[in-house]
Design a protein. Sequence first.
Length: 389
Amino acid sequence: MKDRKLLMIPGPVEFTPEVLRAMGMATTSHLAPNFIERFDRALKGLRKVFLCPDGQPFIISGSGTLAMDLAAANLVESGDRVLVVNTGYFSDRFAAILEGYGAEVTQVLAPAIGDAPALEEVETALKKGPFKLMTITHVDTSTAVGTDVKGLAALGRAHDTLVLVDGVCSVAGEVLYQKEWGVDLVLTASQKAIGVPPGLALVVAGPRAMAAFHQRTQRVSNYYADWTRWLPIMESVEARTPLYFGTPPVNHIWALEVSLGQILEEGMEARFARHRKLSQAFKAAVAALGMGQVPVRPEVTATTLTAPYYPEGVDASVLAQIGKAGVILAGGLYPQIKTRYFRVGHMGAVTASDILTTVGAIEAGLSAVGYKFEPGAGLAAAQAALLGS
Ligand code: PMP
């Protein structure tokens, strides 16, 4: 019997065999022409996947938190006013990082857990500016709350405020047009919809963000994150005259080039549509099994993951039963409601059969802990959504 379990947490996700093979290839020199060619293609691929043709990409060893740190370290000077649109755990983290670089942080809080601040509230806050920049968490992975990046970015633009998006749980899964929407910087990490094992911090900074960096009057107060060191490296790769600062993660970058190629071969619109369809199918199954969700309404609900509340009489012990049925899911993360819900990631290379397998395992788990429901109700709802147009 196969004992490999399907990993359906909101990152790391399941990766394609081609990406995993790239991770396992013999490591070349970080200056070798065949590696630099891949690195160059990965930089160019990021511009296409982020939909920001005139952006400056950065590919640096680290996790998503380093990507947040890069954005804050390079764009914030001590005393700058910053607005944080707060939708949960990862917005709190961004506020803490920004404060660490001396920003004066104002937060617009969501009215309730599972909700996002209204555009009008953000506009009211922006009017009390000026703010040098605002940060938005596109998808808060702790609650599956998604924000209206397009609407928020338009407000930021109107108030001459740089717009930074934490797209760790969104880029390459959730609809996001960086340039068209006027977003100045998008950051992400490799392990979610980008489809590469954990280990890369990825940033695309648009022209206004780069101009703000070049106009700094204070030195960047972080050695490793400083773009003064990294910008020449990224530029040298694209010029095919590689320079050294810190040893690049050769296998990760090789794998990133493979994954970005697969993403672009699918096409961004097709990829967005697949994520939307699979998400709708999974959410239909959750509803059919009698479970509510943390996001309070569809307009604030993410595509890339789902956060169902456990049904009446069921607790986190069901996750072990779902695991026995072959699927790994994640528990709750948002402190106040942590024990009341769980999280399912469906992004990256995820397929319709992964969705059906996951729903089947959830039904098996619920049955094992004695929850009463019509067996197959979730599967039927998911399949109906998958087979619908
Ligand atoms: N932001 C968001 C929205 C995230 O989901 C995560 C990770 N789950 C992070 C930031 C931090 O990324 P990492 O764990 O890779 O440091």
